[in-house]
Design a protein around this ligand. Sequence first.
Ligand code: ATP
Ligand code: MG
Length: 577
Amino acid sequence: MSDTVVTSSNFIRHIVSEDLQNGRVNHVLTRFPPEPNGYLHIGHAKSICLNFELADEFGGKTNLRFDDTNPVKEDTEYVESIQEDVRWLGFQWDDLFYASDFFGKMYDCAELLIRKGLAFVCELTAEETRQYRGSLTEGGKESPYRSRSIEENLDLFARMRAGEFPDGSKVLRAKIDMSSPNMNLRDPVIYRISHTEHHNTGNAWCIYPMYDFAHPLCDAFEGISHSICTLEFEDHRPLYDWVVEACEMPHVPRQYEFARLNMTETVMSKRKLKLLVDEAIVDGWDDPRMPTISGLRRRGFTPDAIRQFCREIGVARAFSTVDAKMLDHFIREDLKLKAPRTMGVLHPLKVVITNYPQGQVEWLDAEINPENPDMGIRQIPFSREIYIEQDDFMEVPPPKYHRLFPGNEVRLKHAYFIKCEEIIKDADGNVIELRATYDPATKSGSGFTERKVKGTIHWVEASHAAPAEFRLYEPLVREAASSSSEAAPSTSDIGEKAFAKAINNGVREGDASFLKELNPSSLLVLNGFVEADVKHAEIQTKYQFFRHGYFNVDSKYTTEERLVLNLIVELKSSFKV
Ligand code: ATP
Ligand code: MG
């Protein structure tokens, strides 16, 4: 990872550098702590790159830690996908931990707090607890259970652990300050009862620590030097520090916050992404429209492009929304010199070249990538029958239309000039075929200069062409829904239906409302043709299709008989010639 290029500002880098200089720490150990309750998305990639690249820059290390303290929502499928995604991005963690590895030590810490008079077993209902907590403008009220004796607390906590009490009947709370202006310090709950099997610890536990208790302790147990999280946790930092100190941790980690990644036209929440999967609106977490790492991978994005993007957006404390087009920019940059160029026709129209000898096939030279001559030359077949794009012909052309129309001549990329001579239509008047003539003197590369044409179009030779399914994508939801939880005024039919169905399935209105903004044209499937050598391409091979954009061979639907190509990103230049 020594090729890390640092281009953008990152205030955490300065903090780490100072901490090393003034001796607060003598080595850097960061961690990436996902909860295994969904697949990772591009926002997580920002956090992964930040943690791994920062540690690497200072000769440090990074742990992967599964923050698995909420067994109801967690699953080994997610544990596996997270590891795959982090590795695919090109990072190797030092140690792998589960928060659940430390349940025993956390329990001991909780007991220590009780013995120090800093925690108590509370029996207020959830509703009462809420009322007692007060509000931002009003101090809280102490729980009547707060003054229990240490012995009674130790006994009750042990019996909570032994499974004597039902879910929700008791909690363990830290005894801090009910009048604190920081709500997080008003005797926060640190353990709850949940008789739920855990993906890692099975039925060993029926009490589970809360995030605010588990997270600082894990950081301390692992010896994390810089615990980097998103800004929502800024108000939790005093509690983080309190837990580390009250539990007498020999190692003192510190928390630093940065602004999470928000992107235009992008749903950036595991909960919402999971809903799209559960409601079968997408074909899984790796649907190419999903901003998950696995979706981006299947769409055709590369680790390099994602990492460059994460570096470029930088790390700051100010909220901002990044334009999704920036990610597109980095994949274009990455593939420009790497992806072979080829031709594909998405809306085929057959052209018969009447003066080309029947049965003859000639092989024309074409550079595999004109911007990268090292990739060499390929041969493409040419014969009497070819396919062109329906769009590249107009019977009655508007002004400045330089492609094919009756009597007009265009260049076929890598081949000859052809001239449109005749239009064949079906009974309904649709153009179904063109007749054209070619001029052998105009062969590409022959130095022919006597006539010029204004248009160059792409094509595929018919007898060698391979059928292909092109999948074109647009954002899954329209802008208003991706950037805020408010429903925008206009809704789509498919969105209304998806929303109604989700509500019917018991999803809360607030969680489902973004479905109203589903984009009805987020997926467009077209059946066209590609050059023959694309037919047997391995899955995940990326191509630049001349005038169309970058495509990736789909890993889910491609078989021996079926070739499926996902549009990664269009070319920046306009399609029109
Ligand atoms: P979501 O809100 O999408 O459910 P999360 O924060 O609950 O995500 P975690 O698994 O808890 O997901 O996150 C693991 C790490 O990734 C955390 O350190 C979190 O701060 C970071 N992270 C999550 N989303 C983003 C984001 N959009 N930008 C930057 N970092 C993020
Ligand atoms: Mg979280």
